[in-house]
Design a protein. Structure first.
Length: 93
């Protein structure tokens, strides 16, 4: 098959597959929630983890999860802050 290199291993030829890591041009490290998601996938969903890793969709998936979690946390924080301000105004009046 063109484009795939193979290495002999005994009587077999095994494909040389190396997953790419996070893109170097956006050397942005993974956030807390992305690391938690990666640990969950490794431990509880190893097949999905492998599929995402070898199809090179793992790091975009992890970044999407991290962004969504941070947005949700920000929304919850804003709501709680607004609620506390309203409660303080009602108590002080």
């Amino acid at each position: 098959m063109p484009g795939i290199e193979y290495a002999p291993c005994g009587d077999y030829l095994l494909p040389l597959i190396t997953p790419s890591g996070p893109p170097r041009k956006s050397a942005k490290s993974l956030g807390r929630y992305a690391r938690m998601r990666r640990a969950y996938l490794r431990e509880h969903r190893p097949i999905l983890y492998s599929q995402l890793l070898f199809s090179e969709r793992l790091f975009p998936h992890l970044r999407e999860i991290d962004e969504a979690a941070r947005n949700k946390l920000e929304t919850i924080t804003d709501r709680e802050l607004a609620h506390n301000i309203i409660c303080e105004e009602l108590i002080c009046d």
